[in-house]
Design a protein around this ligand. Structure first.
Ligand code: ASP
Length: 755
């Protein structure tokens, strides 16, 4: 259904639309298969009807394990205490886990600050060191000694020092009768106070976040390190084996890992890059088990899941399922096809856009899986059933009735109003901001504003710093690609969004350009100064001297004129209404959540993910994707080799790996059957951001590296179902095998603690 979305056939013209997008044969095949797989799986899951209770569901706050569920975890097999996992009195597992960059997890695996994370998390760093002549993405990179490790300006890792329940500090002594706006501003003030108190002069960062829709608040004290060097990465043909074809898919044979090292100043404290810095000594590091993992074994994950919304009402899921996701998928589909067309025939563009391609396609394919998973697990009906239970409970006595009697209905009413604004929101992110030129132009513009009050010297330094950003932009930018994306998404917006949210710029296109978006776009790209590097540089160099002309010049630039025309609509007609509705819903959800917890007093509720450290546990187990099919919980190197001989462009292992396979030189990295294990699945509840998270055994030893989820289970962000939700990890033995036998970097293994 999705692949027949009507906007597929646009030209750039508003009046007579038909953009023809050339499909790479692989993608036609892929899309057709997607459709087939969808209906096939649909039939199977519908035949199963309702699913059994959720067992392994949950993203637990590490500090609360003792209080919540450590005994359940121990019953399931865990041989650690809550204190071994999270402690502020002794080194504990949490001290080895870090935020890698701004959206992934990583872990320290040696006494010398060696960090393991995913290849896809290190991807942009690996790419930034790559060029056509020196292509680390294609060939891999291995520092053969510490001097060869490569610094990555801008990359940081963040350690959690401690968590504190600050609910009382934030919510205590608050008059029940104040307005939500007043309440909000009191909360903000208290948070700012807490932040100041806990940050001042100690080099730490305090982050305070709401949990359970603001019924509780927790503070996280962090320490950031920013001299992070690239140590090793396998070639993409291993690290991204199966490419987008296999993304979100099980069975899997991807060695999705890379290695970095944290460097610190002489006192082991954070320091900016310096050749004098030395490897960081963390409080603890993970020990590695080479004993492997078997079906049914207890597994545990620690990391930073980004966002989940497990308690939203069925109406929100319905909008997601029927409108928002299909439309977002269609826009990304079009963008990917444009990239695909250009990347297929040009190596420079292939390298320039490799990382961008991955980030677009990651969500694109996931959203497809979410739709499938929600449909198959009957999530809508099950949510509605739970809501009916809540309604009955709320109506069953006068006290509850006055507290919660209207909550659900009010949420539904607000949601009905919200959806039209939500769609514009979706399109502003997915369509309008899809063109790279917008982001760059906005950065240039904010350089002018942010430097306006600075001294001449500071202005000069800011401009010089910005030139690096500019070089990075142009290094990975292709005008033709961006122009085609821009004209395509502009047309999508016009077609899909109600006229009341069309900015003035469309009148200009219709009148002056007779509706020809392609012509309008071409002219915009010809005229804009943001693509004329020399002229732009000349202008930026004037910043230390004058500012007015430059900002005026920027504001008249066609790219910013277009942006401002969208911004005018959003600021008047969308953002205020959207924010108000969201705020109202937030209040209602706070009450709904409180009600749910009151209704099921014996149940331990976990808070939605909000990119704070969480623990999830489950077991290594396969699943049944369809009638008559049962997936095993692990894959091995022979399966990767089989795929290699399937004659598909996405499966092409390096020759050296094939040779090692043929010579059976596996060393000690084998299971009891003599195979090299590659990946395994387990029923740990994870989300985006858990990439790079360690998967640990019952003793807390590292057995693998989480990197993905199965396609049928990607809906776990809104609805977890243990029968089909699985996280996918690289077996640590495959990581070690590649480092040792393939890369010949066994010296790295010497610094690890293997059990
Ligand atoms: N691939 C995801 C990530 O990058 C992990 C997931 O969503 O399961 O964080």
């Amino acid at each position: 259904m999705l692949w027949d979305y009507p906007f597929r056939n646009f030209t750039g013209s508003l009046k007579n639309s038909s953009i023809s997008i050339t499909l790479k044969p692989d993608f036609i095949y892929f899309n057709l298969n997607f459709m087939k797989i969808k209906s096939f799986i649909a039939a199977f899951f519908l035949s199963l009807g309702l699913f059994s209770a959720k067992a392994e569901e949950g993203l637990w706050i590490p500090m609360l394990l003792q209080h919540y569920n450590i005994d359940i975890m121990q019953k399931e097999g865990l041989r650690l205490s809550a204190e071994d996992i999270y402690s502020i009195n002794q080194a504990s597992l949490k001290d080895a886990i870090l935020i890698f960059g701004t959206g992934c997890t990583g872990e320290v695996i040696s006494g010398d600050g060696l960090v393991l994370t995913n290849h896809h998390c290190g991807y942009s760093s690996i790419q930034s060191h790559s060029s056509v002549d020196n292509d680390y993405l294609t060939n891999g990179f291995w520092a053969m000694n510490r001097d060869e490790e490569l610094p990555n300006p801008g990359l940081k890792v963040t350690f959690l020092i401690r968590i504190e329940d600050v609910s009382q500090n934030v919510l205590g002594k608050m008059d029940d009768n104040i307005s939500e706006v007043e309440r909000d501003s009191i909360i903000r003030e208290r948070i700012a106070g807490l932040k100041k108190e806990n940050e001042d002069g100690n080099g730490y960062k305090a982050v305070i976040k709401p949990f359970y829709y603001g019924n509780e608040y927790y503070m996280f004290i962090y320490q950031e390190y920013n001299d992070i060097r690239l140590v090793g990465a396998p070639p993409s043909s291993i690290g991204n084996y199966g490419e987008d074809w296999d993304n979100w898919i099980w069975p899997r044979h991807t060695g999705d890992f890379s290695l970095f090292r944290i460097y610190a100043g002489a006192d082991n404290k954070p320091a900016s890059y310096s050749p004098e810095n030395t490897p960081y000594k963390s409080k603890t590091h993970l020990k590695i088990s080479t004993a492997g993992v078997k079906e049914g074994d207890f597994t545990m994950i620690m990391g930073y899941p980004g966002t989940t919304t497990e308690y939203i009402i069925s109406d929100e899921i319905k909008f997601m399922l029927e409108t928002s996701l299909p439309k977002k998928v269609a826009i990304r589909d079009a963008r990917l096809k444009i990239l695909d067309k250009y990347m297929a025939n040009n190596d420079t563009i292939r390298i320039q856009y490799a990382s961008k391609y991955r980030s677009i396609s990651n969500a694109w394919k996931k959203w497809e899986g979410v739709i499938i998973g929600l449909e198959k697990t009957n999530a809508l009906a099950r949510k509605a059933e739970a809501e009916e239970n809540f309604r009955e409970w709320a109506m069953s006595n006068p006290e509850r009735q006055s507290e919660y009697g209207n909550t659900l209905q009010a949420l539904r009413d607000k949601n009905r109003e919200l959806v039209k604004y939500s769609l514009v929101y979706d399109y502003s992110n997915e369509a309008v901001m899809a063109a790279e030129i917008f982001d760059f132009a906005l950065d240039c513009n904010s350089l002018v504003y942010s430097t306006s009050e600075m001294s001449k010297e500071d202005k000069r330094a800011a401009v010089d710093k910005f030139k690096k950003r500019m070089d990075a932009f142009f290094k990975d930018y292709n005008r033709k690609v961006d122009q085609e994306i821009f004209q395509t998404t502009l047309a999508y917006y016009y077609r899909d969004i109600a006229p009341e949210f069309h900015p003035d710029i469309y009148n200009v296109i219709n009148k002056k350009y007779k509706g020809d978006i392609n012509k309008f776009t071409a002219e915009t790209f010809n005229k804009t100064i943001f693509l004329q590097k020399d002229k732009l540089l000349e202008l930026l160099d004037q910043i230390p001297e004058s500012k007015f002309n430059i900002s005026l010049r920027f504001q008249k630039d066609p790219v910013l004129v277009i942006f401002n025309s969208f911004a005018a609509v959003y600021s008047k007609k969308v953002i205020p209404a959207y924010d108000n509705l969201k705020m109202d819903m937030q209040v209602l959800y706070r009450s709904y959540m409180r009600g749910l917890m009151e209704m099921q007093k014996d149940k331990v509720f976990y808070p939605d993910a909000n990119f704070t450290m969480r623990v999830a546990y489950g077991k290594a187990e396969g699943y049944k994707p369809a009638d008559g099919i049962e997936y095993l919980e692990y894959t091995s190197l022979s399966g990767a080799i089989e795929k290699h001989y399937m004659d598909s462009v996405v499966y092409s292992l390096p020759e050296k790996l094939i040779e090692i396979y043929n010579s059976k030189d596996f060393g000690r990295w084998v299971n009891e059957k003599g195979e090299v294990p590659v990946c395994f699945v387990a029923s740990n509840h994870t989300s985006g951001g858990n990439s790079g998270s360690p998967i640990l055994n019952a003793d807390g030893y590292l057995i693998g590296l989480n990197f993905d989820r199965n396609w049928e289970g990607t809906m776990s962000d809104v609805y977890y179902d243990v029968s089909i939700c699985r996280n996918i990890s690289v077996d640590i033995r495959y990581v070690l095998f590649i480092i040792d036998k393939f890369a010949g970097a066994g010296y790295l293994i010497n610094e690890m603690d293997l059990i």
